[in-house]
Ligand binder design. Structure first.
Ligand SMILES: [Zn+2]
Length: 318
């Protein structure tokens, strides 16, 4: 039976419901928040408050995208899920180089050793200490997505090791993969690398690619077989909304089944609970209304928010 692995256990993909495909609900003390204090999201009450505003508009599930040793705290994530009633998918994986110190373990371990750590998060339970300590303390909370990051114009040699580990972990477990595309670039290179490695492209999504408003580029991405995650919808300021434009094109081109949506609102300044904007309700509120104005109504929104995440984030047959 297909399943989605949430932090509180496996569920039928049909139970996922309306899903935000790339968020950050917990970013605790780490190099990440030392360098970017606005990224600190370690207040469970505020996370629950922020989720409630979107739950009122129908949100049921959220995929968290903060991988190992970058401020992930799976016990807080589990608490947020339990108290809010929102299904949360917790990540394993390795983030972009800038989030780690020099000589970080991720660069010193072999690809096979890194793969073993990812698989253990998925099958045994995520380390309570976030792989930041020589002692690993497995929690009952398993990872349900593998997050890796590319650099400008594609995976660097450093990044490619983790794409390899992510693919190997997927081959062992069936776990879906979510990536970071640096400023939206390098997506075709990421898709090509995954294809070469033999990843299940129908369980791979590349994030932030809506920063590049180029119809031909998106068509090439769709043709590669991966899904894309659009999350720039609130970031266009006074410019025409490129995310809406790309969604319109994807619908016209018949590729809406390869798109999922999120906010990637990884800053206090983006959360209403911290006094920021646009808040987590934006995607199902103002943005959904704008989609409707552009001809993307109930059927299209159900596809984007419900059908596609249920397919993408289900485990592949390993
Ligand atoms: Zn993110």
């Amino acid at each position: 039976m297909p399943f989605v692995r949430t932090v509180l256990g496996d569920i039928d993909p049909a139970e996922l419901g309306v899903t935000y495909a790339h968020e950050h609900l917990v970013i605790a003390g780490s190099r990440t928040v030392e360098h970017y204090p606005d990224f600190r999201l370690d207040d469970v009450d505020k996370a629950i408050e922020e989720l409630a505003s979107a739950q009122a508009l129908g949100l049921r599930s959220v995929v968290d995208a903060m991988p190992a040793d970058t401020g992930r705290d799976v016990e807080l994530l589990a608490e947020v899920s339990r108290r809010s009633g929102v299904h949360l998918v917790a990540p394993t994986g390795v983030h972009h180089q800038r989030y780690y110190p020099e000589r970080h373990w991720s660069e010193r371990l072999s690809i096979e050793e890194v793969t073993g750590l990812l698989v253990a998060d998925i099958t045994d339970g995520i380390d309570a200490l976030d792989y930041g300590s020589p002692i690993v303390k497995r929690t009952p909370y398993q990872a349900g997505v593998i997050k890796v990051a590319g650099s400008t114009d594609g995976p660097s040699a450093r990044d490619a090791r983790f794409f390899e580990a992510a693919t190997a972990a997927q081959q062992q477990t069936g776990c879906p993969i979510l990536t970071h595309c640096e400023n939206g670039t390098g997506a075709l290179e990421q898709a090509a690398l995954f294809a070469t490695l033999g990843a299940r492209l129908d369980h791979v999504a590349l994030s932030h690619v809506d920063r590049i408003v180029d119809r031909g580029h998106q068509r090439e991405l769709f043709a590669s077989g991966v899904s894309v995650e659009y999350d720039q919808g609130f970031r266009w300021k006074d410019a025409p909304n490129g995310t809406l434009q790309l969604l319109e094109w994807a619908a016209e081109d018949g590729h809406l089944d390869q798109v999922v949506l999120g906010l990637d609102a990884a800053r206090q300044g983006y959360w209403a609970a911290y006094g920021g904007a646009p808040g987590m309700a934006f995607l199902l509120g103002d943005f959904a209304a704008s989609m409707r104005d552009r001809g993307l109504g109930d059927a299209e929104q159900h596809q984007l928010f419900v059908t596609n995440p249920a397919r993408l984030y289900a485990f592949a047959d390993a």
